[in-house]
Design a protein around this ligand. Structure first.
Ligand code: SAM
Length: 99
């Protein structure tokens, strides 16, 4: 899958729209996946993952899980596993994401 930027805060991957915010009360809904990485960070990590192709990925602090979901969608073959932990429980909204 590829990433299509809709504006500086929103992008589409497959049929999902991701939205960047700094609002720590925002939750993922059926309409949008919340991600707490602004565009330069998203682009930095995509380039990093493309270059390094890690076998396993550990994310500490995932908020609504937007980043882990994004990496899983963009890089379905590598990493083989993504393990994410967070001090905060995510909302119930999209626990059925196919990650
Ligand atoms: C800036 S958000 C990053 C969210 C996610 N990576 C993203 O891009 O959408 C940081 C997250 O780390 C969590 N966090 C902060 N301190 C933590 C800790 N000591 N252990 C685990 N998670 C922590 C916060 O609750 C928050 O969900």
């Amino acid at each position: 899958m590829t990433i299509e930027w809709l504006d500086e805060e929103r992008f589409r991957v497959g049929d999902l729209v991701f939205r960047y915010t700094q609002d720590y009360t925002a939750v993922t809904t059926d309409e949008e996946v919340i991600i707490l990485k602004e565009r330069p960070f998203v682009e930095f990590y995509i380039a990093l993952l493309e270059r390094e192709r890690p076998k396993h990925l550990l994310e500490v602090g995932f908020y609504e899980g937007g980043s882990a979901l994004l990496w899983a969608m963009l890089f379905p073959a590598s990493p083989q596993s993504i393990f994410a932990r967070s001090i905060r429980q995510s909302s119930d909204s999209r626990r059925d994401f196919p990650t």
